[in-house]
Write a protein of this length. Sequence first.
Lengths: 403, 180
Amino acid sequence: VTPPVRPTRRRLLGYVGATTAGAVAGAAAGAATARDESAARPEYAVTGASVSPFGVHQAGIEQVTPRSAKLLAFTLLPGTDRAALARLMRLWTADVVALTAGRAAPGDTAPDLAQGNVSLTVTVGLGPAVFELPGLASRRPAGLVEIPAMRHDRLEPRWSGGDLLLVVAADDATTVAHAARRLVSDAEPFARPRWTQTGSWRATDADGKAVTGRNLFGQVDGTGNPASELFTSTVWAGEPEWFRGGTTLVVRRIRMNLGTWDELTRSEQERAVGRRLDTGAPLTGKAESDELDLAAKDGDGRHVIPANAHARLSHHTQNAGRRIFRKGFNYTDEQVTAAGVRTESGLIFVSYQASIAEQFIPLQTRLDQGDALNEWTTAVGSAVFAVPPGYQPDTWVAQSLLA
Amino acid sequence: MTARLTAATAAVVALAACATETPRARPTATPTPSAAAVPAKVIVEDAWVRATTGTKDRSMTAAFMTLTNPGEKAVVLTSATSPVAGMVHLHEMAKAGGRTVMREKAGGISVAAGSHQHLRPGGLHVMLMDLKRPLKAGDEVAVTLAFSDGTKQALTVPVKKFTEEEEHYHPSPSKTPARQ
C-alpha cells in the first residue's frame, strides 16, 4: 500500500531528532500488512513513530489510528481564489514537513514544542466549495458528493460541512494542539476555522501490543477493515488524473446515548452489534478476526447474528461487495453550566473510500434503514472532503489540482 | 539609503534568548562516498519572511531559514536578492558593549561541512531593505541565494505574521532598550 520509503540524504542529515529511517519504513509496512491481523501488528507502528509526510498517498490514512487527534474544518474567505488556495497549500505543506520531522514550523512562536517520534501526521482535505472556485469546477472527483439526510440524522450546522479539513493526529494531545495552532494561524489570511472536533483512541493493550481499540459503548470498533489489495481497491481513487492516489473522506459526529445503552443487558448489547464485547469476535466465532457466519441459527431457529445487527448490515456480503475503510476517535464533550456539568459522548466517525457516492452512501442508507444501533446513536455532524494524493520533497499537497 | 543602512546597522536592540547560535542536535550521519561524488548543494528549509503589515516601519523586514550543508567543505551564503527589496544584506546579531546589535555579517554566513545554520529571529537573518511594497501574511516573495560554491537557489518564500521582537527588524532610531 505504501511505496518504499527511501531515506534521502536530506533525511539522514536531519538536524533534529535524527529520524530513524528504518522505523519509518517499518511502520509503513506494518500499516500495509496488519490491518486484518491485529495480533500481528508491530508495536512500533502504534506509537513513537516518525511518519514521513511524503509518498504516493498522504500520510495519516493507512497508519494505525493514533492516540490523539483533532479534526479542523475551515471556511474559505471570500478572497481566496485558486491562486491563494495554492499559497495556503504550500504554506501547510512546509509546516507539515517541518512538524512531522520534529522541527518547528517556519515562524513558529513556540518552537520548542515541536518534537519528533510522536507519530504526528497531518492529512489535508478539500471540501465541495473548493470545486466551485473559478477554474476548478471541472476537476471535481465524481465520488465527492454530499451525503443526503438520513432518517436518523439530527445534523447541526456547528458540526457539519467545511471547505477545507485538517486531520492532525499524534501520540499525544500536546503535539496535536501545537501543530493545529500553527496550521490555523498560517491559514488566517485564507480561511477561518469552522469547527473543531477533538478525539482519542486507544490502539494498544495493557502490554503495549497493538489492538483494534474500543468505542465508548465498549465495543471493539474497526474489526474487518480492508487490508492489502482490498485496502487499495477500497480507498484509493484512480480518476480524475490529478486525483490518482487520492481518496474521499467522510466525517460523521455520532452522538452515543450511553445512558440508555447502559440499561441493556450484556447479551442485548452484543446482539445489537452482532459481536462479543470482550473479544470483538462475531457471535458465531471465537476470535476477532473470525469471519461472520451469517447463516448460523440458534436452537430456536433465530439467527445467531440477528437480522438487524450492525455487523450483519454493514458486512460487504450484504452490500454488493461495497466496503469502506473506517477509523474513529472517541469524544467526550463536557460543558459546565449553572446546572452542573453536561456531558455528551460519542464517536468521531471517519471513513476513507474511493467514492462517497458509490461506497459510503449506499452502505449508510442501508444502516439507516435497519441498524439496531440506531436506537443509541445519532449523527449530529456530517462533512465530506476530497483528500488529494501525496506529495514529495519538491512538490506540495494538491499541486496536481492547483498548479 | 546610506542613512537607513546606518540606522539599521547601529540599531540597539534587546538581547534575545536565541541570539546565540545553538543547533538543537548535531548531525548524526556522515556523507556516504556515493553521495559525496555528487556536488552537494546547500539544503534550504523552513524559509519564511516576516510580514510588514501592521508594523511601524514597512520599509524593511527579514527572511529566516535553515541552511544545511551536506558537503565536506564549508559553504558560505555570500549574498541574496529579492525583487521586492531594493537592497538585501546578510545580518547577524552581535554583542557590542554589553548590548546586542544588528550588523552586516562580514564575509557572509558560513555553513560548516555536515552542519547547519539556523537563520531565525534574534540571530542570523537575510535583511530585506527598501521594500517596494508592504508584505502581508499569506503573500509569497521570491528570494535568490548565492553561495560561495557558485550555486544559486531561487526560493519562493511565504510571508508570515510574527509578533515577537517588533524592534529587531523595524528598529526605531529613538528607541532605547526596553529590556536588558
